[in-house]
Design a protein around this ligand. Structure first.
Ligand SMILES: [Mg+2]
Length: 321
């Protein structure tokens, strides 16, 4: 049982690091009143919509319980930020509900530091939270401001499918992060970065906001998440796997299965978006770290071609239940 005042102590870890808002109401990100009252008081930016999303990460389901608490906190916030990026929303505020088996300062201090440093990096402000005793789990709700949202349901047949950067690194990294395989110190570091520090794709989303017809972040694997765009837009997709940007780490760690990992592995948090063919040249001229990998079609389902032949993956992505 936690001693009296123990969870007040936990609150202190966060309150002291995230003291925002002011009584005059002139604080950053429109925070009139932050942590410490019954509710936060927040001023939405004029003329913009609010985009909001919540995600729960459970120890040993979504992250290794014994992982570095600094990196666990950073990753938890980054995966939520990725949803804002995928919607083309600018980060504003987040709340945290933290369930802990016990209040261990040696865990809480780096966790709070990882959260604070990542929040600072992306310009998002913690405005409230709750702590309870129980099996380790982290729930973060993020809110952002959105002028030109990128939804999943706006695509048309013939639209070109793009992905940002490379795919497969985080899934290839997972056995390393879990300590199931031993690799060189350099690969160990690359694996930990790929898994724990996904980069929300705000810049790519912003750059293509005038061209993209649909977008989402790839959390559960390209095939599964592209399937969501197809379902929402009532379309299918044709992919050319010869063009798939497979991560170097996936090639080096999973030589035989790198393409499969890039297609079906989760946790990369890259952007997948579609662009009408008439915008192809304009998007190409942006010189973004993006690759066209196929196009949407009328026929439901996703079909893959590899070396000019149809190719069928064994799995389609992460299944939650
Ligand atoms: Mg998402």
């Amino acid at each position: 049982m936690p001693g009296p005042g123990e969870f007040e102590l936990i609150r202190e870890y966060f309150t002291s690091r995230f003291q925002t808002g002011s009584r005059s109401g002139t604080a950053d990100n429109g925070v009139e009143l932050g942590i410490g009252d019954d509710c936060a008081l927040l001023l939405p930016p004029a003329g913009k919509r609010l985009a909001t999303s919540v995600d729960t990460l459970v120890a040993d389901v979504h992250f290794p319980a014994g992982g570095d608490p600094y990196r666990i906190a950073s990753r938890a916030l980054r995966v939520n930020l990725s949803d804002l990026a995928a919607m083309n929303a600018e980060p504003l505020w987040f709340t945290l509900a933290l369930t802990l088996p016990h209040s261990d300062p040696a865990w809480l201090e780096p966790f709070a530091r990882g959260l604070a440093e990542t929040a600072h990096e992306f310009g998002i402000t913690l405005v409230g939270g709750d702590t309870t005793k129980g099996p380790l789990s982290i729930t973060i709700q993020v809110t952002g401001a959105c002028a030109r949202p990128l939804r999943r349901d706006g695509a048309s047949a013939g639209d070109i499918i793009y992905v940002s950067n490379q795919l497969g690194a985080a899934a290839a990294a997972l056995p390393v992060v879990l300590g199931e395989v031993t690799v060189s110190p350099r690969q160990q570091q690359q694996a930990e970065t790929a898994y724990y520090a996904p980069e929300p794709q705000f810049a790519v989303a912003r750059a293509v906001e005038g061209y993209a017809s649909a977008a989402l972040d790839i959390s559960d694997g390209l095939l599964a998440d592209l399937g969501h765009i197809c379902d929402a837009s009532q379309l299918g997709a044709e992919l050319n796997l010869d063009q798939l940007p497979v991560a170097v780490l996936a090639h080096s760690l999973q030589a035989d299965a790198a393409v499969e990992t890039a297609l079906t592995g989760g946790d990369d948090y890259q952007l997948c978006f579609t662009v009408p063919a008439r915008h192809r040249d304009a998007v190409q001229a942006l010189q973004l770290p993006i690759t066209p990998i196929g196009h949407l079609s009328e026929e439901p389902g996703i079909r893959c071609q590899w070396h000019g032949k149809p190719w069928q993956p064994r799995g389609t992505g992460y299944q939650h239940f």
